[in-house]
Design a protein around this ligand. Structure first.
Ligand code: FES
Ligand SMILES: [Fe+2]
Length: 242
């Protein structure tokens, strides 16, 4: 939960239906403040501030400048079990007209439910990927037979698990390329990311990678996990440990 609360960077990537762009202004143990532009990107920017009180299990998302300034979303968390959290959300809007208040409240509620579902899906997948990585590292990488070359090419993209890690085989400019299907940043899923000019972008924070070299193409200095090698074994394509 807290990892997600402090993660300002995912807003325009994971929640691209709501946010167009974000620029961080400040951050620290207290939370973060950022300038945000909502979709479709032609509106006035807002400054959003998230203040967290971890000890109290509470955080406040406040719009401090721009459209909606003065609004706050106050969230209180109650641990119920290792994988269950009680969530209490209250919207505070500086509006006295009851009809307008009800309309704004409903809009906030609908947006918040959608964002929450997207956040929850990301963090559940992150937990799964972390667990898989821990389990996979203990395993021995194996050789995986893929089939005859023409059969492999006709069924791309193809996802393959090797040694507990997921890889994807794609065709780039006629060449078969194997790349890690897990992002090295927060283990986001790259398995359905579109390949454009030999690059993929992660759906969680929009980091970009060259699938042939595995390197960041956006200056972030990350590298995808080294893929297994694609070789021929008795007339079949196969993946063997790098
Ligand atoms: S998990 Fe953050 S960019 Fe991929
Ligand atoms: Fe989010």
């Amino acid at each position: 939960m807290w990892e997600n609360v402090f993660d300002w960077e995912h807003l325009p990537a994971l929640h691209d239906g709501q946010f167009h762009s974000i620029a961080l202004l400040d951050s620290g143990d207290w939370g973060w403040r950022a300038q945000v532009v909502n979709q479709p990107g032609d509106g006035r920017p807002q400054v959003i501030e998230v203040r967290a009180d971890r000890a109290a299990g509470a955080y406040v998302s406040a719009t401090v400048e721009g459209p909606g300034a003065g609004s706050e979303v106050r969230t209180r968390l109650t641990p119920l079990a290792p994988d269950r959290t009680g969530i209490d959300v209250a919207f505070h809007v500086p509006e006295s007209d009851p009809a307008r208040l009800a309309m704004i409240g409903e809009r906030y509620r609908a947006i918040y439910v959608r964002l929450w579902d997207e956040d929850e899906a990301m963090m559940v997948e992150r937990e799964r990927a972390l667990a898989a990585r821990r389990a996979g590292r203990a395993g021995t990488p194996e050789t995986v037979l893929l089939g005859a070359p023409e059969a492999v090419r006709s069924a791309l993209p193809r996802l393959v698990e090797v040694g507990g890690s997921r890889f994807r085989i794609v065709e780039v400019d006629g060449e078969l390329v194997v790349h890690a299907a897990t992002c090295p940043h927060w283990l986001g899923p790259l398995e359905t990311a579109e390949v454009v000019d030999g690059c993929v972008r992660c759906p969680w924070h929009d980091y970009a990678f060259d699938v042939r070299t595995g390197r960041s193409t956006d200056g972030r200095g990350l590298t995808l996990e080294a893929p297994p090698r694609l070789v021929m074994v008795e007339g079949q394509l196969a993946l063997v440990p790098a």
